[in-house]
Design a protein around this ligand. Structure first.
Ligand code: SF4
Ligand code: SF4
Length: 480
C-alpha cells in the first residue's frame, strides 16, 4: 500500500511521541553507542578526569582540621570548602540552595544543558568510566550488537562476568567515596580498619547503595536522564531560540542526501548532510539531533565530533552540528544576552553577593542565653538571683578560653554552674550560670513590671577573651 503524505509526516514526526530507547511494543531498545573521537571528546575527557580526581580526593583534604567537603546528615554538620555550617546556620543552606537553583537557571538559559553533558556525575561516570570499560571488554558498538544477537559462547560469558564484576567493584568504590562525604573520611577509615562485621548495619547500607549504583550504570543508564532526572523536565521551560546548545544547522545541511562518488555538493546544489547517521550512532540516548532540540539530548557533544569527522573526510567545512542557538543558525544573529538572560543574571548576581556576604560576615561565636525553664527569681544572701541556661558554639578556627561578666546591671555578679570556660574550635558547650544583684540594682531605669508582680531589668552579658570583648548578649533579669 502506498504511503500517503500524512503517513510520511507521521513517520518524520515519530520522534516527538516515541523515545528512541523504547521500541514500538514498549520494550527497551538497548543503545549500542559508537565511541566518539575528536576535540570535544578530548576536552570532556580532561574535564571528567579533573572531576573524578576531585571527587575521590576531596573527602581526604582537610582545612584547619575540618574536612574540605562534608555532608554529615546524622550529626547535622556540613562543611563547604572547609567552612563549617551548623544547624543554627540553616539560612546559609537556604540561600546557597537558592543561589544554586538560580545559577542552573542562568547557565541553562544561556548554554542549555551544559551541566548534563560536561559536569553531571551520571554522565561523567556513564560515558567516561563505565561505557569506556564496556568498549574495552566488549569491543565496538557493532561487535557488541553482533555478540548480543549471537549464541552464548564461552568468550561471551567470560566477557560478561569480567565486565559486570568490574562494574560492581567500581560501584562499590563509588559508594565508599560518597560515604566518606557523609560520615567523614576519618570515620570511613576507622570502619575499614574495624572490618565489616563490627559495623554490620552500615556495611549492609553500603552494599545497598552499591547495588543501586551498579544497576544505574550497568542497566538503567540513559533512562536515568530520560525518565528520572527532574532537570531534563524543566529544561524545556528554560531553553529558548537564543540558547546556545548542540544544534544541527538544518539551513546548511538540508536537503540531505547520501554521499556519492564525485559528489558536487561543495557547489551547494544540495545540503551538506550526507545522511550517514554517524551522529545518531554515537548518541548515548539514541536520538537524531537533526530532528532539532529534544528532551533526550544531554548535550554530550558526541554528535559534533562524529559529524566534524565526516565533514573532514568529505572535504566539507566542519560545524554542521555545533554549539549555536536556533536563532544564530536561522538568521546568523548570535545575540544571546536577551532581556530574559539579563533579568536572570541580575537576580543571580544579587543572590551570589548575598550568599558570599552572609558567609563572610557570619559571626564566629554563637551564644544563646535563656532563663532556666520554670524559674523566676530567688533571694540569696547577696540579693536577688536568676538562673540561666547558656549554649556557646565556637565556629571560628581557634579554641576559645573566655570569662563571663555583666555589663548591665553594673553591680551584677556571675557564677558559672558547671559551665566549661573554654570551647574548642568547631564545638559547642552548654551549662548554667547564676546572676546575682544587690536588692536595689543600679540601672533600674529600664525596668518594667512583669505580669507576676516582679520587675524585669535589662541584662547585658559580655564574653571576654583576654582583654577583648568577643561577644555581647542581652537578656532580662527578674527582681521582686
Ligand atoms: S553525521 Fe553529519 S553528515 Fe552524517 S548524518 Fe549526521 S549531520 Fe548528517
Ligand atoms: S544529540 Fe548529540 S549532544 Fe545530544 S545526547 Fe545525542 S550525541 Fe549527545
Amino acid at each position: 500500500m502506498a504511503l500517503t503524505d500524512l503517513d510520511l509526516i507521521q513517520e518524520e514526526e515519530r520522534f516527538r511521541s516515541q523515545l528512541a530507547s523504547v521500541a514500538s511494543d514498549g520494550r527497551r531498545k538497548w543503545i549500542y553507542a559508537r565511541k566518539p573521537k575528536g576535540s570535544f571528546t578530548r576536552w570532556r575527557t580532561a574535564v571528567a578526569g579533573i572531576l573524578l580526581a576531585f571527587l575521590a580526593v576531596a573527602p581526604f583534604i582537610k582545612i584547619g582540621g575540618d574536612q574540605f567537603l562534608l555532608f554529615d546528615l546524622i550529626n547535622r554538620k556540613f562543611v563547604l570548602l572547609g567552612f563549617v555550617i551548623w544547624p543554627e546556620d540553616f539560612y546559609l543552606i537556604v540561600v546557597l540552595f537558592l543561589a544554586g537553583l538560580v545559577s542552573i537557571v542562568v547557565f541553562t538559559s544561556v548554554l542549555g544543558r551544559i551541566w548534563c553533558g560536561w559536569l553531571c556525575p551520571q554522565t561523567v561516570f556513564m560515558e567516561m568510566v563505565f561505557r569506556r570499560i564496556e568498549w574495552l571488554i566488549d569491543g565496538t558498538a557493532g561487535e557488541q550488537l553482533t555478540r548480543h544477537r549471537g549464541p552464548w559462547t564461552a568468550s561471551r560469558v567470560a566477557r560478561l562476568v569480567l565486565k559486570q564484576s568490574i562494574f560492581f567493584a567500581i560501584s562499590f568504590a563509588i559508594a565508599n567515596v560518597f560515604l566518606a562525604y557523609v560520615v567523614s573520611s576519618d570515620a570511613l577509615q576507622g570502619y575499614v580498619k574495624d572490618g565489616p562485621l563490627a559495623h554490620l548495619e552500615l556495611f549492609i547500607a553500603l552494599l545497598a547503595f552499591t547495588v543501586v549504583f551498579y544497576l544505574v550504570f550497568a542497566r538503567f543508564r540513559e533512562q536515568a536522564c530520560l525518565v528520572v532526572c527532574p532537570y531534563g523536565r524543566f529544561m524545556s521551560a528554560l531553553v529558548d531560540d537564543n540558547t546556545v546548545t548542540v544544534t544541527y544547522d538544518a539551513k546548511r545541511g538540508e536537503p540531505r542526501s547520501k554521499w556519492k562518488r564525485d559528489d558536487t555538493r561543495t557547489e551547494r546544489d544540495t545540503g551538506h548532510c550526507i545522511d550517514c547517521h554517524q551522529c545518531v550512532a554515537v548518541c548515548p540516548t539514541g536520538i537524531d539531533i537533526r530532528n532539532g532540540i529534544q528532551l533526550e539530548c544531554v548535550a554530550c557533544t558526541a554528535c559534533i565530533d562524529a559529524c566534524d569527522d565526516v565533514m573532514t573526510k568529505v572535504n566539507l567545512p566542519k560545524g554542521l552540528i555545533r554549539y549555536a542557538s536556533a536563532t544564530a543558525v536561522q538568521t546568523g544573529n548570535k545575540k544571546w544576552l536577551t532581556p530574559r538572560v539579563k533579568a536572570y543574571g541580575a537576580l543571580w548576581t544579587v543572590l551570589t553577593l548575598l550568599t558570599i556576604g552572609l558567609f563572610v560576615f557570619r559571626s564566629d561565636l554563637d551564644v544563646r542565653v535563656l532563663r532556666s525553664p520554670g524559674t523566676t527569681w530567688t533571694m540569696t544572701q547577696h540579693g536577688t538571683a536568676n538562673f540561666y541556661d547558656v549554649q556557646i558554639i565556637n565556629k571560628g578556627s581557634r579554641d576559645l578560653a573566655y570569662t563571663l561578666t555583666a555589663i548591665e546591671p553594673k553591680n551584677a555578679t556571675i557564677t558559672p554552674l558547671g559551665l566549661p570556660l573554654s570551647v574548642k574550635r568547631g564545638e559547642r558547650v552548654q551549662g548554667r550560670f547564676l546572676v546575682e544583684v544587690p536588692s536595689n540594682p543600679e540601672h533600674a531605669d529600664d525596668e518594667h513590671e512583669h505580669e507576676h508582680g516582679a520587675h524585669e531589668v535589662h541584662l547585658v552579658l559580655a564574653l571576654h577573651s583576654g582583654n577583648e570583648i568577643v561577644k555581647q548578649v542581652k537578656s532580662e533579669l527578674l527582681i521582686p
